[in-house]
Design a binder for this molecule. Structure first.
Ligand SMILES: [Zn+2]
Length: 263
């Protein structure tokens, strides 16, 4: 392949980040929307700083929460540094929401009328290496006989265009077929905190609206849960620290209660 055909160039971030690669805790954390990098060759997709700082570009605050959490628990964390506007790593390639020309009312000029070859380059150089890395970590853990539950970490906007009002849920606990960890977590959060906890709110998990959980967890019978923390709660460092502490306290107990892996 010639240099001309390549999307990522010198100075662009790698298409995934892995922290604490030898983590001993039986959770693999993954964030599909952790970052808002855009390959230099795409010239910011025609967006200004204001648009790139909004939820349309990435999951605000979730990296700050999860990097602390993974460190505290000694768990491995794989995250995507590129903006979901380049390619959404939580959508099956080819899905209508994979590369959006309009996201929550914001037009993305660099995605309007995009050529299939350009989509293919984003898939090949960003989405696929990220998912291969998750696969690699899971395979390594399996080879070492380390049990693993996949925790897909996201954050969501408190106000989404088209909805009737602000979202009341501080945290959403999402799953599709396997609710073992999700229900244990909801029980603990409901009993022990004053948080408004959503069960499959504000989103649910399925093959259309998700890729990471169906691909890596459900297809392999791996226990999992998907988490959505409201972005106004984790927009600054204090909030991120507070939520990392809360999660570090309740996640291991949810694992234990669910009985899926020994925490
Ligand atoms: Zn997300």
């Amino acid at each position: 392949m010639s240099v001309i055909d390549r999307l990522l160039q010198d100075g662009d971030p790698a298409p995934f980040g892995t922290e604490n690669g030898d983590g001993r805790f039986p959770i693999l954390f993954a964030s599909d929307h952790a970052g808002r990098a855009i390959p230099k060759a795409l010239g910011r997709l025609g967006l200004d700083e204001v648009a790139l700082a909004r939820h349309v570009a990435y999951d605000i605050g979730i990296y700050g929460v999860t990097t602390r959490l993974a460190k505290t628990l000694d768990a491995t964390y794989v995250f995507q540094p590129y903006s979901r506007l380049v390619i959404d790593c939580n959508r099956r390639p080819g899905n209508a929401q994979s590369v959006l020309a309009v996201s929550d009312g914001t037009t993305v000029p660099g995605n309007e009328g995009i050529e299939p070859a350009a989509v293919e380059a984003r898939r090949r150089e960003i989405l696929e290496p990220y998912h291969r890395e998750i696969e690699r970590v899971l395979a390594d853990r399996q080879a070492r006989a380390q049990p693993t539950a996949l925790f897909a970490m996201h954050s969501c906007t408190p106000l989404f265009g088209g909805e009737t009002g602000p979202r009341p849920w501080h945290i959403g606990v999402l799953a599709n077929r396997d609710w073992r960890i999700g229900d244990a977590l909801i029980e603990i959060l409901t009993k022990e905190t004053d948080l408004c906890v959503g069960r499959n709110q504000p989103y649910s998990v399925d093959e259309e609206s998700d890729y990471t959980i169906p691909l890596h967890a459900e297809a392999n019978g791996l226990p999992y849960v998907e988490i959505e923390i409201r972005q106004d709660l984790i927009g600054d460092e204090a909030g991120q620290r507070e939520w990392a502490e809360l999660c570090a306290s309740v996640f291991p107990r949810a694992l234990e209660r669910s009985g899926v892996v020994a925490a």
